[in-house]
Design a protein around this ligand. Structure first.
Ligand code: ATP
Ligand code: MG
Length: 291
């Protein structure tokens, strides 16, 4: 069974000429059911807890996980399931909604920059600065709200944003932030099924938003914007994972695998104790035993 490096086959380090249509939203690799995947998922979640402990103790690298998707693709559920084993002290989740007045007073990277993870920490962005080349590209009004000087808003603005994002991410990577980006790729049919579920099941009613249904009308524009985004911002230092999202259990499996594979590749380990520290430890235990 293809489990050793499951996530690697969904990882894009170069997006040139990529077509989303070539990817299967319902893919489940060699797994036939949720039950079959459960053992690997639990193993990965346990392994993640161990690796996070080392990341925290080492206090050098930070890990930034970015989640982008259309509504009902399962961002929230994925974050909840996949991170269920990690120590909350070393992990922060930030959700980025429609920008506030204060946020609109700044450049488009400002609000996310102040929430970047500290060294040793895992930072999760539920939506991110990528909204600036997605919803802002699909809806012209959103760009108008940004108060940019008119002379700076040209046809080149999206290419400029891609360039700025790539440079920003390269800067972060060069300073010890490991970036992994997840696009949860859902079919239009499955989105409809999940919206209907939100309407039919009382416990899911709270998730329903009429604006989500309205946004569905822009489905094709969004697909194009996502495709352009991945083509232009998939890099070796900040790859995109195109995660099949029609089966939630498989989404969780791929994301968990990706995080484990990343921390494994990084080779995080507990800091080595030097001779003087060892001496200190020896003396401290002697002292304690005396009392
Ligand atoms: P989610 O849809 O992520 O589960 P939610 O339903 O709790 O979150 P929403 O009110 O839908 O909350 O907030 C997210 C909305 O904010 C999305 O429609 C998203 O496109 C929009 N948004 C995020 N960032 C920006 C941005 N920079 N400019 C304009 N709109 C943005
Ligand atoms: Mg929403």
């Amino acid at each position: 069974m293809k489990t050793a490096k499951l996530a690697k086959s969904y990882r894009m380090e170069d997006g040139a000429n990529l077509c989303l249509k070539d990817f299967d939203t319902a893919d489940t690799a060699n797994f036939k059911s949720k039950e079959e995947a459960e053992e690997k998922l639990q193993k990965d979640i346990a392994r993640m807890a161990d690796l996070q402990d080392k990341l925290y103790a080492q206090d050098q690298w930070s890990l930034l996980l970015i989640f982008q998707a259309l509504d009902a693709a399962g961002k929230d559920g994925t974050i909840k399931h996949v991170m269920s084993g990690v120590n909350p002290e070393g992990c922060q989740v930030h959700s980025f909604k429609v920008p506030s007045e204060t946020e609109l007073q700044h450049d488009f990277l400002w609000r996310t920059t102040v929430q970047l993870p500290e060294r040793g920490h895992i930072g999760i962005f539920n939506r991110s600065y990528y909204e600036e080349v997605l919803v802002v590209r699909v809806h012209a009004d959103a760009l108008k709200n940004e108060k940019l000087p008119a002379s700076l808003v040209t046809k080149k603005i999206w290419d400029e944003r891609f360039e700025d994002i790539n440079t920003f991410e390269r800067h972060l990577a060069r300073n010890g932030t490991v970036i992994r980006k997840f696009f949860l790729y859902l079919s239009k049919k499955e989105q409809k099924r999940r919206f209907l579920e939100r309407l039919d099941e009382p416990e899911k009613n709270w998730k329903f938003s009429a604006s989500d249904i309205h946004e569905r009308e822009y489905w094709d524009d969004y697909q194009k914007a996502y495709e352009e985004m991945i083509r232009n911002t998939a890099t070796k230092h900040a790859p995109w994972y195109i995660v099949p999202a029609d089966h939630k259990w498989f989404t969780h499996l791929v994301v968990a695998s990706a995080i484990v594979e990343t921390l494994d590749e990084l080779g995080v380990s507990y800091p080595k104790v030097d001779a003087s520290k060892r001496k200190e430890i020896k003396e401290a235990s002697k002292e304690l035993l005396k009392k």
